[in-house]
Ligand binder design. Structure first.
Ligand code: CA
Ligand code: CA
Ligand code: CA
Length: 280
């Protein structure tokens, strides 16, 4: 009977986050308790006849804590990312007039450049010691990848509304998690009137900071790590028969974990053919 693992989910909070604002293009707000995405037609919540201008937000996650936990659960690198969910908490009563409220859509992008500074500014005391609107061209790049478009609620009376975004899984995102790298997400308006203000990592008390929930799985015998056990796994082993398990990705071919790559690994996989990760 094949030994199937159960999917395992780990949750990671940001190491840094900040919004940037077109109307204050050199100002940083990295220690604000809120992040925001606002389109050009968004209105202030406190001053509902006033436009606030465009806002974007950047969030950086230390994926090392996720990869370490998954290594511990499944064995070093023997796991496959099957889901990444970005969890946000919408504020529908933001008390600073620079923040907007209104329903709409926003895009989440994976950003290759992780070297940006959170800064120490706030809405009442902006600074110039971190990322600002005018610094965006230094962070965004042609290799960035869309992870999907999502909707906020943008209306009361309920406050602290959970917004869950199930992100696309391009290789760039999966590799950041697998490698335990820094992971930067960029949130930008996809509709002109969206006013989406949500908790940052700098919230205090019982308020909920942003997080990503990474779910991974593995199935015994899946040596090429695609969540399925099939002929491709047998070919993967055949191509490395008698190879040094310490060389490159050869370790993956040692399906039975005895330190050798041989016929026993082929038999091990053959006995588990057609197994797949949960949900596939
Ligand atoms: Ca922050
Ligand atoms: Ca496989
Ligand atoms: Ca072996």
């Amino acid at each position: 009977m094949p030994c199937l693992a159960e999917p395992h989910t780990v949750t990671v909070n940001p190491s840094a986050d900040t919004f940037v604002r077109e109307a204050q293009p050199d100002s940083n707000f990295g220690k604000a308790g809120a992040l925001s995405v606002a389109g050009p037609d968004a209105f202030s919540y406190v001053l509902p006849t006033q436009h606030v201008g465009r806002f974007d937000s950047f969030i950086r996650f230390p994926a090392a804590s996720a990869s370490a936990a998954l290594d511990s659960q499944f064995g070093s690198r023997r796991w496959v990312v099957t889901s990444v969910v970005l969890n946000l908490t919408e504020q529908t009563k933001p008390n600073n007039p620079i923040f907007a409220l209104g329903p709409g859509t926003f895009e989440v992008r994976w950003v290759q450049q992780d070297s940006w500074t959170e800064g120490t500014g706030t809405p009442s005391l902006p600074t110039t010691d971190g990322l600002a609107w005018n610094g965006k061209p230094l962070v965004l790049g042609a290799d960035d990848a869309s992870l999907g478009t999502f909707a906020n609620v943008g209306a009361g009376p309920a406050d602290n509304i959970p917004i869950s975004c199930t992100l696309g899984l391009p290789a760039a995102l999966v590799n950041d998690i697998r490698d335990g790298a820094q992971l930067t997400l960029f949130l930008t308006p996809a509709s002109s009137a969206i006013g989406f203000t949500f908790n940052s990592v700098n919230v205090t008390g019982t308020r909920v900071p942003p997080s990503i929930s990474v779910t991974a799985d593995r199935v015994d015998g899946d040596v090429n790590l695609d969540c399925k056990v099939n002929i491709l796994d047998l070919i993967f082993i055949r191509n490395r028969i008698n190879g040094d398990v310490a060389s490159g990705d050869n370790w993956q071919a040692d399906a039975n974990g005895d330190g050798l790559i041989n016929i026993l690994d082929l038999i091990y996989v053959r006995n588990r053919l057609n197994a797949a990760c949960t949900g596939l």
